[in-house]
Design a protein around this ligand. Structure first.
Ligand SMILES: Nc1ncnc2c1ncn2[C@@H]1O[C@H](COP(=O)(O)OP(=O)(O)OP(=O)(O)O)[C@@H](O)[C@H]1O
Length: 239
């Protein structure tokens, strides 16, 4: 079978803060329809990688090609307009706004019928949000707020969804729910790049993984091909 053309191609990416190098020549691809998870110890550059893709930090060298277009150095709003949406660790919701108002904010300039259809689709995927659509977002559980954050990112109909620690601070039961949400997003054809410290969730939800160490890719492969034997990957992350 031919390998599909990557949706995202990262090549020899270098990012640093001040004089401190964080990403030191990372290269990897994300292919359409997959969920790729970025693994690595604390401080290995996972969130920095996400932030560079979204334009929140500027690479000092290298290339980020999204659907063939160079995006390294573009401002975040231009990258968002091309179809890359991020659910950050902080979630960045407006706690006093209702669930529905938070979701609508994700639609940006889309309006009318398209917005109504997208909202209906998100409520179909997240019935708990439909039930709570008129509640202030601060009254929701942490897991439900994570659903709002994912739903809001989906309102822009992204072609690439970046998930930074979707399990962050949530219960083990909710991690299973996140894995189910990722499955449904895959059914909808959403391509995802995920950072996840919870390795059970990462291996349950992702199709492929890469391991970053000191800003370089040191391992990677197909999750299913590991047949549940993840010890070697875990050693590569932490040793
Ligand atoms: N804005 C910043 N200014 C200076 N240093 C930063 C900044 N953001 C991150 N760093 C540093 O860059 C390094 C990599 O951070 P990054 O958040 O990318 O790591 P990570 O792999 O996502 O780690 P974690 O798993 O702990 O979230 C860390 O040492 C961090 O302190």
């Amino acid at each position: 079978m031919d390998t599909p053309e990557p949706l995202l191609k990262i090549r020899d990416l270098h990012v640093g803060y001040g004089k401190k190098p964080i990403l030191r020549g990372a290269s990897y691809d994300v292919v359409p329809g997959e969920c790729l998870t970025l693994l690595g110890a604390n401080g290995s550059g996972k969130s920095t990688s996400m932030n560079a893709i979204c334009g929140f930090v500027r690479p000092s060298a290298g290339s980020v090609l999204f659907d063939g277009q160079e995006t390294a150095g573009l401002p975040p709003h231009r990258i968002f307009a091309l179809g890359i949406a991020q659910v950050s660790q902080a979630r960045d919701l407006f706690p006093d706004l209702t669930v529905e108002d938070n979701l609508r904010l994700g639609a940006m300039r889309r309006g009318g019928k398209e917005l109504t259809q997208t909202l209906a689709h998100i409520y179909d995927r997240f019935p708990r949000l439909k039930e709570r659509r008129k509640q202030a977002t601060r009254t929701l559980s942490g897991g439900e707020q994570q659903m709002v954050a994912i739903g809001r990112a989906l309102m822009s109909r992204p072609r690439l969804l970046l998930l930074d620690e979707p399990s962050g601070g949530l219960s083990p039961q909710f991690c299973e729910e996140i894995a189910r949400i990722i499955d449904t997003l895959k059914e909808d054809g959403v391509t995802m790049l995920m950072v996840e410290q919870n390795l059970n969730l990462a291996f349950r939800a992702a199709d492929r993984f890469i391991v970053l160490r000191d800003g370089e890719v040191v391992d990677g492969g197909d999750v299913r091909a590991m047949a549940g034997d993840h010890d070697a990957i875990v050693r590569n992350i932490y040793l």
